[in-house]
Design a protein around this ligand. Structure first.
Ligand SMILES: Cc1cc2nc3c(=O)[nH]c(=O)nc-3n(C[C@H](O)[C@H](O)[C@H](O)COP(=O)(O)OP(=O)(O)OC[C@H]3O[C@@H](n4cnc5c(N)ncnc54)[C@H](O)[C@@H]3O)c2cc1C
Length: 627
C-alpha cells in the first residue's frame, strides 16, 4: 500500500487543530479510562509490513494497563485448555527469538514450542519504520539500531553474544553503504543513529552543536575536534568540559575495581573520585540517557567503564582507534529478521541471501501454522502464567493470553519469560517473594524515537552537517544516516532527495530519585498526544533549521513516533555484583523457579542484541534440561 502525503495530512495533521483546543484528545473520554489510548495517540505508521506496529501500540498499552490494574486477576480457574506445548516463550524480541532459535536447534524430536508476542510484529524494540517519499523507499529503525561488527568465530557454538550469532548466520562483514558524491562539499556521515552522540565515534560525523540565544541561536561544528574553540561557551566552562573529555585513568580492571565502580554512579565517580566538577557529568547525561534511559547520576560507574566513557580509559585505550558503528536499514530489525529466517525460513519471502532477509516481505500466514514445531502468535498478550500445582513439583504451567479481546488458556511443560520485569511481576502469578524483591531494583526508563521523513535535507547540507545536537527543547539530537543499500532500499545520498531524520528522545530529570525520574518520563511520554509531539517536532526543526532554509510545511513528508514505555532497564549502582549479604538482583531472576525461566536483555544491565539472544538461549536451555 502506498500512502501519499495527502493521506498523511488527512489522517493525522487534521488532528493537530483539534488537539490545540483539547490537548489530550488521544485519551478515552470516560474518566475511569484515562489510562487508555487510541489511534490518535498512536498516529501515522508509514507503509509496508511494519506500518501497524511502531513502538508500543494502543492495544499493547491498554492491555498492559488493564493487567496492572488487576482486571485479569480473577480469571476463571476452569478455563478450558485450548492447546498444549512442550515449551512456551512469552515475548518475541531478540531474547525470545534467541530462545526460539535455541529450541529449534536443540529440541528433542517431536517437541513443540509456542511464542506469544503482544505486538502485531516480532522483534520487540528491534523493528523498523518504512516510508515512501517521491517513489523512494526509506527505512529507519524504531529503536535498537547500531552495532560494531564482532570478530569472526570459527565455531560459533563456542562463543556468545554478537560474535556467536553474527558468525552463525553468516551475516556479511563488508556492508554496502551509499557513497557520498564528490560533486558535493565533503561531509561525514554516521552510519547509525547513535554513534554521532557518542564520545570519540562522533568524530566520524559532521555534527553541529546549536547554542540557543535570545535572537535565535548559533551553530558550532565539530566542537570536540576543535577543542570547543568555536563555541560561545565561557573559557571556564570550556576548560571544565575538556578536562572531562580528555580525562584518562590508570588500571580499572579486575574484580575489586569492578565492584568498587559498581558502588557509585558515574557522576559520583567523576566528581568525587576524579574531582572534575559537574560539567562533564552534565554533558555525559545526554549520551547516557540515550543508551540507558537516564543520566550520569543514575548509571553505575561500572557500566560507564564498560561503555568506555571519559575518565574510564587508559592512555593506550584512549589513543586506540574506535571502529565505526553500522546499521541495517531498519537498524537491529535486521538481526531480528535473521533469527526469524533461521527459525522459520518461509516467514520472510525470498531466499536466504542478505537482500531478501533484510527487505523481503513477511509472510504472516507462515508464522502460526498448525503442525509446525515452532509457532509464533502475534497480538497475543500473556496475562497469567502459573504452575499447575506447587512450583517445585509441578509438571506443567498454565498460560492465559488475551488475543482479539478474548482470553485463551494453553498448557506447557515449561515457560521462558522473554519479557521484562515490569510485566513479569504482574503476569507470573506464583512468582516467589524473593523475585518480587529482586525486581524492585529494576527501574525501567521510557524512550521515544521519532522518525521524520523529508523530501530534502538541504537545510542541513547548507550548515555543513549531517547530525545536530542541542540542549533544550524536543529531544537533544538528530541525524541523517549514511544509508545501507540493500534490496529494494537504495535511497540516493543527496541533499535534494528524500531521507529520514531520526530523533532520539530520552526522559531524564537529573537530581530526582531514580524511580521518580522514570515515572515522570513515562507519564510525559504517555500523556502527550501525537498531535502535540508533531507540533513540538515542527517547532524544534524550525528553531534549528529555518535560518538555513527549512520549511516544515514543504519539507516534512511524514512523522512516525515509536514510543517505548519501558525501553531500558537502568543499570544503577549495585545492579551487577553479588555481595556477602545478597545476590545481585539479576542473578536471583536468572535462576528461574520450577518450570518458569527468565531471559530478557534487562538481565544484562546493558541491553544489547547478542547478549539479549544469549539470555533467551540460557533460559531455554534451563527448561530443555528438565522437559
Ligand atoms: C531506543 C533504543 C535504542 C537501542 N539501541 C540499541 C543498539 O543500537 N544496539 C543494540 O544492540 N541494542 C539497542 N537497544 C537495546 C535493545 O533493547 C536490545 O538490543 C534488544 O533488542 C532487546 O530485546 P529483548 O527481547 O530483551 O526485549 P524487547 O525488545 O523488549 O522484547 C520483548 C518483547 O516481549 C513482548 N512482551 C512483553 N510482555 C508481553 C506479554 N505479557 N505477552 C506477550 N508479549 C509480551 C514485548 O512487547 C516485546 O515485543 C536499544 C533500545 C532502544 C529502546
Amino acid at each position: 500500500m502506498k500512502i501519499t502525503r495527502r493521506d498523511f495530512v488527512n489522517g493525522v495533521l487534521m488532528g493537530s487543530g483539534a488537539a490545540l483546543l483539547k490537548p489530550n484528545m488521544a485519551f478515552s473520554a470516560a474518566s475511569s479510562n484515562l489510562n487508555r489510548v487510541d489511534n490518535s495517540w498512536y498516529g501515522y505508521g508509514g507503509v509496508g509490513d511494519y506500518s501497524s506496529s511502531h513502538g508500543n501500540t494502543p492495544e499493547v498499552v491498554n492491555t498492559a494497563h488493564r493487567l496492572r490494574d488487576g482486571e485479569f486477576a480473577s480469571l476463571p480457574a476452569n478455563m478450558a485448555i485450548d492447546e498444549e506445548y512442550d515449551l512456551l516463550i512469552v515475548g518475541g524480541g531478540m531474547a525470545g527469538l534467541g530462545a526460539a532459535w535455541h529450541f529449534k536447534k536443540n529440541a528433542k524430536p517431536g517437541q513443540k514450542c509456542l511464542m506469544l508476542d503482544n505486538h502485531p510484529l516480532f522483534g520487540g524494540e528491534a523493528k523498523e519504520n518504512e516510508f515512501e517519499v517521491n517513489g523512494e523507499t526509506l527505512i529507519a529503525p524504531q529503536g535498537a539500531n547500531g552495532f560494531f561488527i564482532p570478530p569472526h568465530a570459527d565455531d560459533p557454538e563456542k562463543v556468545s553474544g554478537d560474535a556467536r550469532y553474527y558468525s552463525e548466520f553468516n551475516i556479511p562483514r563488508e556492508l554496502p553503504y551509499g557513497e557520498w558524491s564528490s560533486k558535493f562539499k565533503p561531509l561525514k556521515f554516521c552510519r547509525d543513529n547513535f554513534g554521532f552522540l557518542y564520545w570519540r565515534t562522533e568524530n566520524n560525523t559532521s555534527i553541529g552543536r546549536f547554542f540557543e540565544k535570545d535572537n535565535g541561536g548559533e551553530w558550532a561544528n565539530d566542537i570536540w575536534q576543535n577543542e570547543l574553540a568555536k563555541t560561545p561557551l565561557s573559557n571556564e566552562k570550556r576548560q571544565a568540559l575538556l578536562a572531562w573529555y580528555n580525562s584518562r585513568t590508570d588500571d580499572l580492571n579486575g574484580d575489586g575495581k569492578s565492584r568498587w565502580l559498581d558502588s557509585m554512579s558515574y557522576k559520583d565517580y567523576l566528581e568525587k573520585e576524579l574531582k572534575l566538577g559537574s560539567q562533564g557529568a552534565a554533558e555525559a547525561d545526554y549520551f547516557m540517557a540515550g543508551a540507558y534511559g537516564l543520566g550520569s547520576d543514575a548509571i553505575s560507574a561500572y557500566q560507564a567503564r564498560d561503555t568506555m566513557m571519559p575518565g574510564m580509559l587508559s592512555k593506550e585505550e584512549f589513543e586506540s582507534e574506535m571502529p565505526r558503528r553500522n546499521s541495517f536499514p531498519g537498524g537491529n530489525s535486521g538481526f531480528a529478521r535473521y533469527f526469524l529466517k533461521g527459525i522459520k525460513p518461509s516467514a520472510i519471502s525470498g531466499s536466504d541471501n542478505f537482500d531478501d532477509i533484510i527487505t523481503g516481505t513477511i509472510n504472516f500466514s507462515e508464522l502460526d501454522k498448525q503442525g509446525d514445531n515452532i509457532r509464533i502468535r502475534l497480538n497475543a498478550t500473556a496475562v497469567s502464567v502459573q504452575h499447575e500445582g506447587k512450583a517445585e513439583s509441578a509438571s506443567s504451567v498454565r498460560v492465559v493470553y488475551s488475543h482479539g479481546g478474548k482470553e485463551y488458556a494453553v498448557r506447557a511443560k515449561g515457560v521462558v519469560m522473554a519479557s521484562g520485569g515490569w510485566v513479569n511481576k504482574h503476569v507470573v502469578r506464583d512468582l516467589p517473594d524473593t523475585f518480587h524483591q529482586a525486581y524492585q531494583h529494576f527501574h525501567h526508563a521510557p524512550f521515544l524515537v521519532a522518525n521524520v521523513a523529508l523530501n530534502n535535507w538541504r537545510f542541513m547540507y547548507e550548515l555543513g552537517i549531517t547530525g545536530a545536537r542541542w540542549q533544550d527543547g524536543f529531544g537533544y539530537g538528530c541525524n541523517i544516516r549514511q544509508p545501507m543499500m540493500v534490496g529494494r532500499h537504495k535511497p540516493a545520498l543527496d541533499p535534494d532527495k528524500p531521507a529520514v531524520l531520526t530523533f532520539y528522545v530520552p526522559f531524564h530529570s537529573p537530581g530526582l530519585p531514580i524511580q521518580a525520574q522514570v515515572s515522570k518520563g513515562r507519564a510525559e511520554l504517555f500523556y502527550t498526544s501525537y498531535a502535540d509531539y508533531e507540533k513540538q517536532i515542527r517547532a524544534q526543526m524550525t528553531k534549528l533549521f529555518a535560518a538555513s532554509g527549512f520549511d516544515h510545511k514543504r519539507d516534512i513528508q511524514g512523522i512516525i513516533l515509536n514510543r517505548w514505555g519501558h525501553a531500558y532497564v537502568v543499570p544503577t549502582p549495585g545492579f551487577f555484583f553479588d555481595t556477602k549479604e545478597k545476590q545481585a538482583p539479576s542473578n536471583v531472576i536468572k535462576q528461574g523457579f520450577g518450570r518458569i525461566a527468565f531471559g530478557h536483555s534487562e538481565l544484562n544491565g546493558f541491553q544489547h542484541w547478542g547478549p539479549a539472544a544469549d539470555q533467551g538461549r540460557r533460559a531455554m536451555q534451563q527448561l530443555l534440561d528438565i522437559v
